[in-house]
Design a protein. Sequence first.
Length: 224
Amino acid sequence: MGIWRLVRAAFLLAAISTSGAAIADEVLSESNDPGVVLNSRLTDLLSREKTALGRIGAVRLERLANLPPREDGRDAPNGIEFSTAFLDSLPKPEGGNAWRCLTEALYFEARGESVRGQFAVAEVILNRVDRAEFPDSVCGVIKQGTGRRFQCQFTYTCDGAPETVNEPLSFERAGKIAALMLGGVDRMLTRGATHYHTVAVDPYWASRFPRTATIGVHHFYNMP
């Protein structure tokens, strides 16, 4: 829903709750045609809406239109919730090499992100597996370029820092996300994104690739 619809709905709800009785009185006492009164009321409300929006300012309207999505899972695939409570309700996962590689990538690359953000990073990795331009396995995608310092695709594989799991609960949650994604959960957050970066950097390719989403501190892009 666009910002204009949201604000308009808010105004209409407020008007109905505060002046519904007045409208009814007018219909009964001033006109035999309810449409005339309602049309007049709506015209007045829309005029007040326009005035109020003008006072908000363009910058604030832009921020309102781009509020981050809720973390209540309303736009999640069926059966999935983007919450730690949901992940904690799942059994401890197990898996093979692909699961381990994806779990490590989510833990070392995105454990500071929201649950939604971690699902989004997993989407990027699996989207790459499906593309001919990248290796055709999860581990292959994640380890592409590993060994060349700061030339790898996923920083944790070539930054020289030890890959030590110091937050077991976060690792377990990452493993549950990995298991769900490898199990075929719909990829609906990033619209086919193959790349992402934090908002703190500006890689050379960002201006050439269409941006598909912004989730948390990451921008997502789809390589043409």
